[in-house]
Design a protein around this ligand. Structure first.
Ligand code: PGA
Length: 247
């Protein structure tokens, strides 16, 4: 049995006060039962990691990116060790907005994930095909090659989560069909098995326009162990029902 993970990716949204209010609202609106089978995570912008970790209670705090080494002359990067020391537990690496928009390749993503794991963080490694790649029938091949290139050696269920996010479903209101999602997740699990040995406990999240009204069906799929949520994670009214859909 894999524990569900519902992760909110706030992207470059929400300031300090808004972030504090949202975390407080999530805490007020949830019960111990909500956290019994489910990890809840929010990933704010970097400067909010420490203040939110201080008030987050049962909610975990994650970063949206990190540097590829512990320290050094890397202007603008954030050390995964520093993140861990501030109360951060997870870090998203390889989001498609960084793969495409910031030209990050598999090698860099693997280095970031490895540095995060070394610092004691759980790396959420994102993979996913473009619309064109899916139309050409190449979705599984593309995702397999992203996985092979981005997953650090020695990853396990404690320090790795994989997020499957079809690029064309992110922020668009389109979601992959339940059959396509389950097929891709099963194929990711098979490949993790080949790469790492036992993958039965590794969590694989689905992301891309997850909302209150589609969360229950997606989360019920055999190989879907949670969700990576963008837009719907910015308000308690839209994020809370997704957390509750894990029951
Ligand atoms: P979305 O974003 O839920 O707004 O589609 C998901 C993501 O980018 O992780």
């Amino acid at each position: 049995m894999r524990r569900a993970l519902i992760a909110g990716n706030w992207k470059m949204n929400l300031g300090l006060e808004e972030g504090m209010v949202l975390v407080q609202s999530l805490l007020n609106q949830s019960s111990a039962e909500d956290f019994a089978n489910c990890d809840v995570l929010v990933c704010p912008q970097m400067p909010l990691i420490a203040p939110l970790a201080d008030i987050a209670g049962n909610i975990k705090i994650g970063a949206q990116d990190c540097g590829a080494t512990d320290s050094g002359a890397f202007t603008g990067d954030t050390s995964p060790q520093l993140l861990a020391s501030l109360g951060c537990d997870y870090v998203i690496v390889g989001h498609s907005e960084r793969r495409a928009g910031r030209f990050e390749d598999d090698g860099l993503i693997q280095a970031k994930a490895g540095a995060a794991q070394k610092a004691g963080l759980t790396a959420i490694v994102c993979v996913g095909e473009s619309e064109m790649e899916r139309e050409l029938g190449n979705a599984e091949t593309i995702v397999a090659s992203q996985l092979a290139g981005s997953i650090p050696e020695g990853s396990n269920a404690e320090n790795l989560v994989v997020a499957y996010e079809p690029v064309w479903a992110i922020g668009t209101g389109k979601t992959a069909s339940e059959a396509d999602v389950q097929e891709m997740h099963a194929s990711i699990r098979d490949q993790l098995e080949d790469l790492l040995g036992d993958a039965s406990k590794i969590r694989i999240l689905y992301g891309g326009s997850v909302k209150a009204d589609n969360a229950k069906a997606l989360l019920a799929l055999k190989d879907v162990d949670g969700a990576l949520v963008g837009g719907a994670s910015l308000k308690a009214e839209s994020f809370m029902p997704i957390i509750k859909a894990t029951k």
